[in-house]
Design a protein around this ligand. Structure first.
Ligand SMILES: [Zn+2]
Length: 484
């Protein structure tokens, strides 16, 4: 028997299922919600029960987690149960009846995030529980549909033009001819889709869009209107939800589209996070756009120590016979104007350091304790859930819409920032998965832009210290590399 002084010792029950509502609701999310609920009730979580209905080939297979939970109730190991929704907890009437029998014999409380307390000790409570079993699933599906319908209404009200030209990667099927023909289907164009997948992969490995554009144009790949690729065009393509089979409205994904996907939703999210980040970095670093192809892969990373914020050194054509150098900007532009380092010398050193670094880094396995992504995912889950709640509030209309929209916007920008952090880390791990040997083999064939992306994903900055006499002798000690 429990006393009121003792916190309830409870178990969280989560279930993975492939039903529509459960499909979008990860186990982690169910667990997170239940933990929050436990904290608010002052309950102590001592067990976690997980069942996977998806992988069970035999649907009638006994749910192991559920059985273990019942046994723990019986042995008084736990005296409370938390679940996300009653329909997570029991799947069939018989399972509910088992639970009711047990609860009548023990002092056990059940709470769910979505439906509150499940009181199986009273006839009314039991009736509710039985009803939840029957209608719970229907109800949540219905709610999802309600939100989706609302969004669709908004999209239509926003006058989306379904016209426009054929999207790259797809073959467009029309009904009728002439200006009033109707689009009836977008099918994948395998040749173009192959390019999209290649570009997406390279962008995710950190290659710059300029480099992809130059490559596409040199290979004679045309845009869907038959023109040359531009930075903006490449960016719009790779950041679009369209190629992941997602429908967007004002750059926000509003749902799954009717056309097929060329890349995965995960790739899309990483691409979008990365490309947004690059746009911001470009702004910070001042206009970095150059129409001429990049010549020196270390550009942007090489900095002088004469200022506190390490001013960027710029490439400068050979004065005398030294060959091109990186030079600190003149005094009028905030630098010292004097410090230079020969590009050829620096590149040779940096290649050596890069390969040494790759040899020293152990290949990451799945359990890297420094991997920030699990923590980031948790944050994301929490915020995304909150956005969903706020969207529902928006439908209810109790609070001023502007206020809620403001909160949604704040959360969305936090979500974007966090997705970026996760994506940046993924780029780094992709590079680190390549062994030094593998990279050495392809390094010679890498254009400067691609080399730059490798350097950039691993290096924060390369500091150049003042020259020491004798000044005309190469001194690698002047170079200090800060790895990410
Ligand atoms: Zn300087």
């Amino acid at each position: 028997m429990k006393t009121s002084a003792r916190a309830r010792r409870v178990g969280i029950y989560v279930r993975i299922s492939d039903d529509r509502e459960g499909g979008g609701l990860g186990v982690q999310r169910q667990e997170d919600d239940c933990r929050v609920l436990a904290a608010s009730l002052g309950w102590k979580v001592v067990e976690l029960y997980v069942d996977n209905d998806v992988s069970a080939s035999d649907r009638r297979k006994v749910r192991k987690g559920y059985r273990r939970m019942l046994a723990d109730i019986e042995s008084n190991h736990i005296d409370g149960v938390l679940a996300w929704h009653p329909d997570r907890l029991y799947r069939q009437p018989a399972e509910l009846e088992d639970l009711i029998t047990l609860i009548e014999a023990n002092d056990v409380e059940i709470r769910t995030k979505m439906a509150g307390e499940l009181d199986l000790s009273t006839p009314t409570g039991r009736l509710h529980a039985r009803m939840f079993g029957a209608i719970g699933k229907y109800e949540t599906e219905h709610k999802q549909e309600r939100i989706l319908r609302k969004v669709q209404e908004l999209v239509q009200a926003g006058a989306i033009h379904n016209g426009g030209h054929r999207p790259f990667g797809y073959e467009r099927i029309y009904e009728g001819t002439g200006p009033r023909r109707k689009v009836i289907e977008d099918r994948i164009d395998e040749d173009e889709a192959k390019h999209i997948r290649d570009w997406a992969k390279r962008a995710l490995e950190g290659e710059s869009l300029y480099s992809l554009v130059a490559d596409a144009n040199s290979l004679g790949i045309k845009t869907s209107t038959g023109g040359l690729w531009s930075y903006q065009g490449m960016r719009a393509l790779l950041a679009s939800g369209r190629i992941a089979g997602l429908k967007e409205h004002r750059r926000q994904v509003v749902g799954k589209a009717v056309w097929p996907a060329i890349i995965t939703v995960e790739q899309h999210q990483q691409l979008r996070a990365l490309l947004n980040n690059r746009a911001e970095q470009a702004k910070e670093n001042g206009a970095q756009r150059t129409s001429t192809a990049l010549k020196y892969p270390l550009s942007g990373l090489v900095r002088c120590t004469c200022t506190e914020d390490h001013i960027r050194m710029k490439t400068s054509p050979s004065s005398n016979r030294k060959g091109p150098v990186y030079r600190c900007p003149p005094k009028g532009d905030g630098g010292c104007g004097g410090r230079t380092i020969k590009i050829a010398d620096l590149e040779r050193l940096m290649e050596k350091l890069l390969f040494a670094k790759l040899e020293e880094v152990e290949p990451m396995d799945e359990g890297d304790p420094n991997d920030p992504r699990p923590a980031l995912e948790q944050k994301l889950g929490r915020w995304e859930r909150r956005v969903e709640e706020l969207k529902e509030e928006l439908l209810d209309g109790d609070r001023p819409g502007r206020e809620i929209q403001g909160a949604i916007d704040t959360l969305n920008s936090r979500i974007a920032q966090t997705q970026r952090e996760a994506a940046e880390y993924s780029v780094k791990t992709r590079i680190l998965e390549v062994s030094a040997e593998e990279l050495r083999e392809v390094w010679e064939d890498y254009p400067p832009a691609r080399r730059q992306s490798v350097y950039r994903s691993l290096i924060k900055e390369v500091l150049i210290l003042p020259a020491t006499p004798p000044k005309n002798v190469w001194n690698p000690g002047r170079v200090k590399v800060f790895w990410k």
